[in-house]
Design a protein around this ligand. Structure first.
Ligand SMILES: NC(=O)c1ccc[n+]([C@@H]2O[C@H](COP(=O)([O-])OP(=O)(O)OC[C@H]3O[C@@H](n4cnc5c(N)ncnc54)[C@H](O)[C@@H]3O)[C@@H](O)[C@H]2O)c1
Length: 381
């Protein structure tokens, strides 16, 4: 297969990110199939028409149904708000398209279950937009852990904090209503932290969580205030499936934090520390050598941390957030060629969704829960 017709649905923050990735992936990786940017879609006709030109798409539409039924489209990027992911993904898979969908999978757990079912029913590739996992630094951390560099993993600490809703005067929006958004910080950013925990340690088996809505009302643009019923904070203590313990915290109201995904993986012979705000660095501590000389070393990413070298032959020159999406696009194409397995497909994504929905339930009922591997939430006695 020499080329592949691609479409992007949604032209906001992540639509632009996917469009850049589709444009760049062949130049950076030199692999096939080469994406042919066939169709750009946005419900806003003017945006679709204007951005199709800027982003090198051959055609545009304002109707996503036209995308999934288009015979020249082989793969679809879904970068719309969460409440459209399920309908578009299920229709695209039924029409035989590969699907690259942004997280979270939907609004309700049932959305993720329906998407995972639809993926099981086809042989097409599904990939969720957990782009942070593509970071060469994090992939190196995973390799270090697997190679025993920090010994047996005994503890995982994770924190994902941003301040995009820290200002209480920010106006009310759909993200603050459970009916439309599903979860709050849990669906927005806790899912990313769980994807990292799964990469470095594995799936989470049991947890006890607390959540909180810090700003319970928000001003309406038209005047007055509206109630907020989605979570601003979500924290949990964890037991991973392999028995490792852990704790995670997340906040969308953490003043000063812009894109903090900070993890510590504690081993019985050392520790690894990473923070997405310094995404080209990894801290490694090994409990070996003279005690007076021990300390964390900083590893800067370089061509020794693939696929960094595809972007730049010089070490320490640093990749950025959008580059991780280019790596994700290359990964998707490798999955389509049958050479790689999706790092988070719809089945893996369902596990992440079940974990955050279990956190929400645990917080409501104030007790420990087992993360279900079937469709029901099963409380631990
Ligand atoms: N992986 C990440 O790091 C990351 C970061 C931000 C957002 N996201 C996810 O990406 C998705 C999009 O978020 P965003 O921040 O880009 O949102 P956004 O509001 O910037 O963009 C959404 C776009 O979808 C369009 N749209 C709305 N309804 C549509 C319809 N019926 N048909 C076609 N287009 C439609 C809007 O006009 C807009 O252009 C969300 O699911 C979000 O959770 C992921």
């Amino acid at each position: 297969m020499d080329s592949i017709g691609v479409a992007v649905i949604g032209t906001g923050f992540m639509g632009k990110c996917h469009a850049q990735a589709w444009n760049a992936v062949t130049a950076v990786f030199g692999t096939r199939p080469k994406p042919w940017l066939e169709l750009l879609c946005d419900v806003d006709r003017d945006r679709a028409a204007c951005l199709a030109l800027d982003w090198n798409f051959a055609r545009w539409t304002d109707d996503w149904h036209a995308v999934v039924s288009d015979p020249r489209v082989d793969a679809v990027s879904i970068t719309t708000p969460n409440n459209l992911h399920r309908d578009i993904a299920v229709a695209a898979l039924a029409a035989g398209k590969h699907v690259w969908c942004e997280k979270p999978m939907g609004v309700r757990l049932a959305d993720a279950e329906a998407m995972a079912q639809a993926a099981r029913d086809t042989e097409r590739v599904t990939l969720l937009g957990y782009g942070y996992l593509q970071n060469p630094a994090l992939q190196h951390a995973a390799r270090l852990i697997r190679s025993g560099a920090i010994g047996r993993v005994i503890d995982f600490r994770g924190q994902v904090d941003e301040d995009y809703l820290a200002d209480p005067q920010l106006p009310w929006s759909w993200r603050m209503r459970a009916e439309e958004a599903g979860l709050g910080t849990l669906g927005d950013i806790t899912v990313h932290l769980i994807s990292v925990a799964r990469l470095l340690v594995g799936p989470i088996a049991r947890l006890a969580a607390v959540t909180e809505t810090v700003h319970r009302t928000r001003p309406l643009l038209a005047g007055g205030v509206a109630a907020v019923d989605t979570d601003d904070l979500a924290h949990a203590v964890l037991r991973f499936a392999d028995g490792t313990s852990g704790m995670i915290g997340s906040s969308r109201v953490a003043h000063g934090r812009k894109s903090m995904i900070r993890i510590e993986v504690h081993g019985d012979k050392g520790m690894i520390v990473f923070d997405q705000e310094r995404l080209n660095e990894l801290q490694l501590y090994r409990a070996e050598g003279p005690k007076a000389e021990r300390g964390f070393s900083t590893i800067l990413t370089s061509p020794d941390h693939p696929p960094y070298g595809q972007f730049c032959p010089a070490p320490g020159h640093q990749l950025g957030f959008n580059d991780l999406k280019v790596i994700e696009a290359a990964h998707l194409l490798a999955c389509i060629r049958g050479e790689e397995t999706p790092c988070v497909d719809f089945a893996g994504g369902l596990d992440i969704e079940r974990t955050v929905h279990t956190m929400a339930q645990s917080a409501r009922e104030e007790r420990w829960f087992t993360v279900p591997r079937d469709t029901t939430l099963a409380p631990v006695a």
